[in-house]
Design a protein around this ligand. Structure first.
Ligand code: NAG
Ligand code: NAG
Ligand code: NAG
Ligand code: NAG
Ligand code: NAG
Ligand code: NAG
Ligand code: NAG
Ligand code: NAG
Ligand code: NAG
Ligand code: CU
Length: 402
């Protein structure tokens, strides 16, 4: 409990400011950098969520589903996902990729690229991209989206597990050497084939980024035979299709990028994000590199959200089409976990905190969102009320992260 009151004092007695991080977090730098601090903060938040859930009519904490990390953690020596559990997950994802879509014939005109049930998730995300990123509902929309995917794996593909998450911190130094990408049957498949690229031009941002260690197609392990059906739309070094939803079969490309990961998704980066901001506008803004909320210590940052997308690169680097890359679900489970931790540190003030409008970076300008609104989920679900998506232990949800 050494750190508890310090965090709470910081969080409640200071205005929103990155300078909070310079105040005492109660953790030595080493524990921030090796993930011990984030783990302790996560336990603290979970304890508060558990208490909160006992005084509400949500799901029972004791019966909640538990989402686990993909890895063997060398630090705590806990293997969260057994090899068999990993394979069951990738098998279930491949199952969804092989099931027919339920899309109706008349919708098929607009959504030409949709070839499978899995593609309905991809197409919905592409179609709604401008209304679900750097908007008030970014975190809530993706929370439900990945939940609906997890549910589809269970209901339609007999998956008995839960959605795994990717703790970026374990891989930030050498993502290309991660067990995630070692290509064995218990991995997420290999990196992309190495194309020896040096830099990638990102046209929509007029920006060149250093290339990663792959660039080509995944060539071994799960997903090496998987065909991506849509995009690219807006990705570094990739020529966009003409129509966002057109059918464009191609391989799953990856370009695992240590330059980006070291600068964006280390334990230090994530811990700083969680501890530095006590209002949702800054927390979600810095996470997504929203230009209205610039971290003065790292003005060029991609944020942990963009950082994770660009660390895997290829299809995941294309935000619009990114759910076509199965790593999307692990990355966004971690995004949801980080939000869950942040909320859990101060549920009274953060449980229902939202900020922002309906359009990406409010461009074009649109009205502020409210918790009373219904949120569109395209093919994935009936519209749902924003207020119901704020707590992983209530509404349509009943899970927590360990
Ligand atoms: C906070 O820390 C950053 C990075 O370590 C440093 O550049 C900055 O000067 C510090 N600010 C204050 C107010 O101490
Ligand atoms: C799921 O299990 C049911 C019942 O055993 C079976 O009929 C169905 O084919 C299975 N679905 C898949 C996608 O394997
Ligand atoms: C990349 O470079 C390495 C050595 O620099 C070479 O062995 C390899 O064939 C090159 N690969 C491609 C796809 O050009
Ligand atoms: C792109 O950025 C370069 C400098 O990085 C600048 O010279 C050029 O004018 C920019 N182009 C556009 C279209 O903004
Ligand atoms: C990919 O397809 C080839 C040829 O059908 C097959 O031999 C291989 O086992 C498949 N790989 C995976 C990971 O499914
Ligand atoms: C992320 O953390 C690394 C050290 O782990 C640091 O070098 C980098 O500047 C940080 N990036 C941001 C955006 O804070
Ligand atoms: C929208 O929210 C912002 C920030 O909270 C506030 O300044 C602004 O007045 C709100 N706009 C309307 C039309 O309510
Ligand atoms: C596509 O976007 C439109 C406009 O935002 C929306 O009304 C519709 O529900 C979306 N459909 C799907 C399948 O995402
Ligand atoms: C799509 O089809 C599956 C399997 O029949 C069903 O379980 C699911 O509810 C359907 N989803 C929608 C949005 O219609
Ligand atoms: Cu998204």
């Amino acid at each position: 409990m050494r750190f508890t009151w310090k965090i709470l004092v910081c969080l409640t007695s200071w205005p929103t400011s990155w300078a909070l991080y310079n105040q005492s977090t109660g953790f030595p730098q080493e524990e921030i950098d090796n993930g011990v601090a984030l783990q302790e903060i996560a336990s603290q938040a979970l304890g508060q969520m558990k208490q909160e859930s006992q005084s509400s009519n949500g799901c029972r904490f004791e019966e909640a589903q538990v989402r686990r990390e993909w890895y063997l953690s060398l630090i705590w020596n806990r293997r969260d996902l057994s090899l068999a559990a990993r394979k069951e997950f990738t098998d279930a994802v491949m199952c969804l990729q092989s099931l027919p879509a339920n899309i109706s014939a008349d919708a098929k005109g607009t959504f030409q690229g949709v070839q499978s049930r899995y593609d309905e998730f991809v197409a919905t995300h592409i179609n709604l991209t401008e209304y679900i990123h750097v908007t008030a509902d970014f975190l809530a929309w993706h929370r439900f989206f990945i939940h609906a995917f997890e549910d589809a794996l269970k209901v339609e593909c007999n998956y008995t597990g839960t959605l795994p998450y990717w703790e970026w911190g374990y891989d930030a130094e050498n993502p290309q050497d991660s067990v995630l990408f070692n290509g064995d049957p218990y991995s997420m498949g290999t990196n992309g084939k190495d194309l020896n690229q040096t830099s990638l031009y990102w046209a929509s941002r007029n920006l060149s980024i250093p290339a990663g260690t792959g660039g080509g197609c995944v060539y071994g392990g799960p997903f090496s035979n998987y065909t991506v059906d849509m995009g690219p739309i807006d990705a570094p070094g990739q020529q966009p299709v003409q129509d966002d939803l057109e059918y464009n079969p191609r391989c799953l490309s990856r370009d695992v990028n240590p330059t980006v990961s070291k600068a964006s998704i280390t334990f230090r980066n994530t811990t700083k994000l969680v501890l530095s901001y006590d209002t949702i506008d800054w927390f979600q803004g810095v996470m997504q590199a929203d230009q209205r909320f610039i971290d003065p210590t790292a003005p060029q940052s991609f944020g942990v959200h963009g950082g994770g997308h660009l660390t895997v690169g290829g299809v995941l680097a294309d935000i619009n089409t990114s759910p076509a890359e199965p790593m999307f679900w692990l990355h966004h489970a971690q995004i949801d976990r980080i939000w869950t931790i942040w909320q859990g540190l101060d549920p009274v003030n953060r449980r229902n905190a939202i900020w922002g409008t309906h359009t990406r970076s409010n461009d074009p300008p649109s009205s502020n969102m409210t918790l009373d609104e219904k949120i569109d989920f395209g093919f994935i679900s009936q519209p749902l009320q924003f207020a119901d998506l704020m707590n992983p232990l209530s509404g349509p949800f009943c899970y927590y992260y360990t």
